[in-house]
Design a protein around this ligand. Structure first.
Ligand code: GLA
Length: 419
């Protein structure tokens, strides 16, 4: 009897899966990964003849890498430079290996990885679990093992594995299988899965299994260059369906998608919301912006060390929405170090003209240290003073804006880290 190819693959995948025990064991990303990814800003522009600076080709990644070094991003922690879709040739080579488009990547991916490594950066790449990528390039279905080896041979440091053109019900086996193959290469490769972005709609998602398998995972729609998109993502995280915040922690992160700070669609206040909330949500920070063109204000926001310290806090706790003070005036909290401290965001999702005020008693936030807390506004570092549990703090959040602060307990013997 001739068995269908698909059936054979499923049996193979199941066999491999049977041997899987906590497949993810690469020791990577104890804090949320930081870097740059081309997709949101540069998309599938393959027209290198007429648009050589912006097309998906090695030149874009090299000039970005140079900026990451010269403009301080690398030293702030942004180390991954990640190639998204549309980097490949439409065909595999004679040995069925993936190959980069030879015209746009004349030196090949291994050479580009070396370019990154020589500059203290890491290279990320994109593939898809299905027959084709979302952009229609060859997918990894039937090639998971050999593609994992190809990426390792090229010294790639990160794989984003998308889920277009695949069967959703195979993902809970297929994604762990790819994780196993990546591990088997012996090269630590950050594994970014798009799995729950495909299974999530309406169905219950097994985030525990996902966190066992992936270093980070997209679980919602693609970010686009608009406030509606960014605020929609924040609302999804506020809802926290299937309690996905609870599985985040060192090595495993929910990914609300790229930062669009410095692009076209967000006002200054809205950019601060994205940066502040991605910090509160312990999100991977992948900028998607033209680093040759970004203005100084957006750059300083991406490099704000107090905001980054919240994102990179070693406890690795994903912040959650605690309460609403009024409609679309939400208070979020994230426990941070030193012990007993909290980062707090007040987000005004409303676009109506005037700033809105939130009055917060520290006790409401769970802050009960009788000696009180040193409270500091985060973006500018302004010290707001000492507040005790029954004291009230009055803060203002601009229209589609944020107020971000930290509260650090005093007299606990813990050292306050001043950044
Ligand atoms: C999907 C992903 C995006 C991007 C594109 C590329 O839409 O969610 O992040 O990778 O595919 O085609």
């Amino acid at each position: 009897m001739k068995l269908p190819y698909k059936f054979i693959e499923i049996v193979l995948l199941l066999t491999v899966f049977a041997f899987l025990v906590n497949s993810l064991d690469n020791g990577l990303v104890p804090t949320p990964p930081m870097g740059w990814m081309d997709w949101e800003r540069f998309r599938c522009n393959i027209n290198c003849d007429t648009d050589p600076d912006n097309c998906i080709g090695e030149r874009l990644f090299m000039r970005t890498a140079d900026r990451m070094v010269s403009d301080g991003y690398r030293d702030a922690g942004y180390v991954y430079v990640s190639i998204d879709d549309c980097w490949m040739s439409k065909e595999r080579d004679s040995q069925l290996r993936l190959q980069a488009d030879p015209k746009r990547f004349p030196h090949g991916i291994k050479w580009l990885a070396d370019y990154m490594h020589q500059r203290g950066l890491k290279l990320g790449i994109y593939e898809d679990f299905g027959t084709k990528t979302c952009g229609g390039y060859p997918g990894s279905e039937f090639f998971l093992m050999s593609d994992a080896q190809t990426f390792a041979d090229w010294d790639v440091d990160m794989l984003k594995l998308d889920g277009c053109n695949s069967h959703v019900d195979q993902m809970s086996v297929g994604y762990p299988t790819m994780g196993l193959f990546l591990n088997k290469t012996g090269r630590p490769i950050l594994y970014s899965c798009s799995w729950p972005a495909y299974t999530g709609s309406g169905k219950k998602t097994d985030y525990k299994l996902i966190a066992k398998t992936c270093n980070m995972w997209r679980n919602y729609k693609d970010v686009e260059d608009s406030w509606d998109s960014v605020y929609g993502i924040i609302q999804f995280y506020a809802e926290d369906r299937d309690h996905f915040s609870s599985v985040a922690g060192p090595g495993n992160w929910n990914d609300p998608d790229q930062l669009i700070i410095g692009d076209y669609g967000l006002s200054w206040n809205q950019q601060k919301v994205q940066m502040g909330m991605w910090a509160i949500m312990a999100s991977p920070l992948f900028m998607s912006v033209d680093l040759d063109k970004i203005d100084a204000q957006s750059r300083s926001l991406l490099l704000n060390r107090r905001v980054l310290a919240i994102n990179q806090d070693k406890l690795g706790i994903q912040g959650t929405k605690l309460m609403s003070k009024a409609a679309a005036l939400d208070v979020w909290t994230k426990p941070i170090l030193p012990k007993g401290s909290l980062a707090v965001a007040v987000v005004n999702g409303n676009n109506k003209g005037v700033p809105r005020t939130a009055v917060i008693q520290l006790k409401e936030l769970g802050l009960t240290n009788p000696s009180g807390y040193n409270v500091t506004e985060t973006f500018d570092g302004t010290a707001l003073g000492l507040f005790r549990p029954l004291d009230k703090l009055t803060v203002e959040a601009n229209p589609s804006g944020i107020y971000l602060f930290t509260a650090v307990p005093i007299n606990t013997g813990a050292k306050t880290i001043i950044v």
